[in-house]
Design a protein around this ligand. Structure first.
Ligand code: PRP
Length: 231
């Protein structure tokens, strides 16, 4: 059995900052992906070739079809939990979540509205410190709205932890988080996340919004970067 088959329901934490307004959904099944699930590049097949990244990727970790199927599942769960009169406000944290939020919004069977934030976390190129600066703030007031932070990946959890605290001070009715990917072994700060698509290993992943030096965001799948590209 591969990791794509081994799903378990998420615990459903309470919605942040709300007074019991939203009944918990049945939850979303987070799919556990291991390195053994990766489809390795070989002499006969290179997943980067048709995207101009010939010889740069070691494997496909999550194929495009698996991503899209999971996004549909996440979107249905979010819609099932939506009991508010106004549409959920999707907050995309630039840049990595751009691909995810556009597919997620289109998969939602209810209307939604979009907002963007850009933040910069101080730290090294590969790990954040938890000290975050806002580069681009929201364009509007979120008072009384159900806010859904749409994140591509939770690594240490430091960015999300900071963002949750920051947004909570602005008076939303609720804040939920939808994360496509999470690296459980890298998490330094536990954040209650209601909807998580895939738990993945700590390997160097790129694609579907995730970059290395701004490259590879345009890939339609999540892949493993060849070690020779960053070592
Ligand atoms: C990535 C990702 C998350 C954050 C997660 O963004 O999009 O926002 O890191 O890391 P953490 O859990 O360790 O805080 P990044 O800062 O690389 O910027 P980008 O989205 O523009 O690539």
């Amino acid at each position: 059995m591969t990791g794509f088959d081994s799903s378990t329901p998420n615990a459903v934490p309470p919605v942040h900052g709300v007074d019991g307004a939203v009944a918990p959904s049945a939850g979303v099944s987070t799919t556990y992906v291991t390195s053994a699930d990766a489809l390795p590049a070989g002499s006969a097949w290179d997943p980067g070739t048709e995207h101009g990244y010939d010889g740069e990727l070691a494997a496909v970790l999550i194929p495009a079809e698996k991503l899209q199927a999971k996004i549909t599942e996440l979107a249905r769960a979010v819609a099932a939990d939506h009991t508010y009169d106004t549409p959920p406000l999707l907050i995309c944290v630039l840049k990595g979540a751009v691909m995810f939020v556009t597919d997620f919004a289109r998969a939602l069977p209810i209307p939604s509205e979009l907002e963007f934030m850009a933040v910069s976390s101080y730290g090294s190129a590969t790990s954040s410190s938890g000290v975050v600066r806002i580069l681009k703030d929201l364009d509007r007031d979120i008072t009384g709205r159900r806010v859904i932070i749409v994140e591509d990946i939770i690594d240490s959890g430091l960015t999300l932890s900071w963002l949750l605290k920051n947004l909570a001070t602005r008076g939303p009715a609720a804040i939920d988080i939808v994360a496509l990917l999470r690296k459980p072994e890298a998490v330094k700060v536990e954040v209650d996340v209601r909807y998580v698509g895939f738990d993945i290993p700590t390997d160097f992943v790129v694609g579907y919004g995730l970059d290395y030096n701004e490259r590879y965001r345009d890939l339609p799948f999540v892949g493993l970067l060849g070690e020779h590209m960053y070592r």
